[in-house]
Design a protein around this ligand. Structure first.
Ligand SMILES: Cc1cc2nc3c(=O)[nH]c(=O)nc-3n(C[C@H](O)[C@H](O)[C@H](O)COP(=O)(O)OP(=O)(O)OC[C@H]3O[C@@H](n4cnc5c(N)ncnc54)[C@H](O)[C@@H]3O)c2cc1C
Length: 494
């Protein structure tokens, strides 16, 4: 394997880092100018002295399903870890984006230790996590407030420091490696230093700031997957909805019964949904637009009787997950769509007579934006060929669900493909690992691997590899996952 940095060099660097010398531009540790009591010195950034807020073995950017898994696992393996999170809750799209259902991977025995731990904790909070219905596409029915609490608890137990309301804005490189993250905090710009960095931002923001080559959108159209602005409604008589949709209309879309219940409609799919007519009636009456009716899906929220999480509206493609201007305009347009949709349901859907708009997501639902081009690039062929890898970190079989572009057939029962560690690392930066929905994969393959349980397992593996690499003084992008002792790995390819 061709290394850009030798092991000896890495040992020298990490040894120096331990001695506090990794950054030649870290100033006097008794800097009196910092307003933050626990700041540990300063870093020279763009001609300014920026207070050094935190130092850890591992810095995880983004506290979504992948990021929490990475930091928690690294912490449990004995490394010190810090999460940089721009929101004030962990969970990313799962909590802030209201993506409450974790879809099943469809792959047999895909649960890794971390996934089992999350499921166990949900059970302890009374959130039934598995209804054992083989036909159900939902693996775990979650609840955003409970998930946030569980993630805080997990981090506390693994001694992971969480920096909330803290946004990565830039990195300082030392040779080829990342040495410092520059972050916007409540106290202004500050620095976070680590030996290994894990990008779990979903948007590969850390990788991009370290100049890693990335792809964005579908290679054929240049467009990202459509975003959705999810919202929650309360005050619903769920049993009455079930009675109307499933029993009276005869919609067999949802194989389970309340409290685990969903209903849906998607006009761009070949499948004709029973509820399509309900939505089309709204277009005809002028209460809904074509875009409002394009895609509609609702999931009950366990632990919140009378509430559903709406996986809609789906924003038209003119609003892009990778363009700051149209992204922002999409928020405004989406909010208007939410109000039209909620009013329409209250007026016309049996069971919604006393319903109300309970909350809108605090994070726009970007399914796909930037993806790194790493040492291994996964493609659609890996899905269809059910690829196996010696350095596999997870297995999944969720179908390709690229809204508006491609929806694949499911793989046969029991079939799956694997995700190699090499899709998490780059040729360019030795101390960077990428986990979650922005790993090295084509637009179409990403539309399968992006589900939350798979992102968690990938994050878990990133945490194991990062801690292992630091302990054994191996740069993250030189680690051979298959050489980590089996009992320390979260997943072993068989
Ligand atoms: C509308 C929609 C519906 C979906 N439905 C399902 C579903 O039903 N089931 C399922 O399993 N999956 C579903 N998914 C997919 C799944 O939610 C995501 O792919 C998954 O959450 C990705 O996890 P992640 O940790 O990689 O990233 P994310 O969940 O996107 O988390 C990234 C985190 O990084 C933080 N961050 C980003 N930039 C910065 C920065 N500069 N500084 C600090 N922090 C930063 C964010 O705040 C966030 O917390 C859906 C996705 C969308 C958008």
């Amino acid at each position: 394997m061709k290394l850009k940095i030798s092991r000896r060099e890495f040992m020298k660097i990490s040894g120096a880092a331990a001695a506090g010398l990794m950054l030649s531009n870290i100033a006097d540790t008794n800097n009196n100018h910092t307003p933050v009591a626990h700041a540990k010195g300063a870093v020279n950034y763009a001609g300014r002295q920026i207070p050094l807020l935190y130092e850890a073995d591992i810095c995880v950017v983004g506290g979504g399903p992948a990021g929490v898994a990475a930091a928690y696992t690294a912490g449990k393996k004995g490394a010190s870890a810090v999460i940089i999170e721009k929101g004030i809750t962990l969970g990313g799209l799962q909590t802030m984006g209201n993506v409450i259902p974790c879809m099943t991977t469809w792959a047999p025995d895909s649960d890794t230790d971390y996934v089992r731990e999350v499921k166990k904790r949900l059970g302890q909070y009374g959130i039934a996590y598995d209804d054992h219905n083989e036909k159900s596409e939902v693996g775990i029915w979650t609840n955003p407030e409970v998930m946030s609490l569980i993630y805080d608890e997990l981090c506390q137990e693994a001694k992971v420091e969480i920096l909330y309301n803290t946004t990565l804005v830039d990195t300082i490189m030392k040779d080829d490696s990342i040495s410092v993250c520059i972050v916007q905090t409540i106290a202004g710009l500050m620095a976070v230093k680590a030996k290994t960095f894990i990008d779990c931002s979903g948007d590969a923001i850390l990788a991009r700031s370290a100049k890693i080559p990335c792809e964005c959108g579908f290679e054929k159209t240049g467009k990202n997957q459509p975003m959705s602005f999810r919202f929650e409604m309360g005050g619903i008589d769920i049993d009455r909805v079930y009675q109307y949709v499933t029993l009276e209309l005869g919609d067999d879309f949802c194989p389970t019964k309340p409290p685990h219940y969903e209903f849906a409609e998607a006009r761009h799919r070949t499948k004709q949904y029973i509820l399509e007519q309900f939505m089309v009636d709204g277009i005809k009456s002028g209460e809904l637009t074509e875009a409002d009716a394009e895609y509609m899906q609702a999931f009950t929220i366990v632990g919140k009787p009378g509430h559903v999480s709406m996986n809609c509206p789906e924003l038209p493609l003119e609003f892009s997950a990778s363009d700051p201007l149209t992204y922002s305009r999409g928020v405004r347009a989406g909010r208007q769509m939410i109000h039209r949709l909620s009013q329409y349901f209250i007026k016309h859907m049996p069971g919604f007579e006393n319903a109300y708009l309970a909350k809108e997501a605090s994070m726009l639902g970007a399914r796909e934006s930037w993806r790194i081009k790493g040492k291994f690039y996964m493609t659609e062929d890996d899905y269809h060929n059910q690829s196996r890898f010696p350095d596999a970190v997870a297995r999944t079989a969720w179908f390709i669900d690229a809204h508006g572009e491609k929806v694949s057939e499911k793989l046969p029962k029991g079939a799956y493909y694997e995700i190699p560690y090499r899709a998490l690392i780059t040729n360019e930066v030795p101390n960077l690992i990428v986990a979650g929905r922005c790993i090295s994969a084509s637009f179409i393959l990403q539309a399968s691997m992006r589900i939350q349980l798979t992102c968690m397992s990938i994050g878990e593996a990133a945490g194991i590899a990062a801690a292992w690499g630091i302990k054994n003084r191996i740069p993250a992008n030189s680690i051979r996952w298959e050489e980590i002792p089996e009992n320390l790995r979260s997943y072993v390819s068989r």
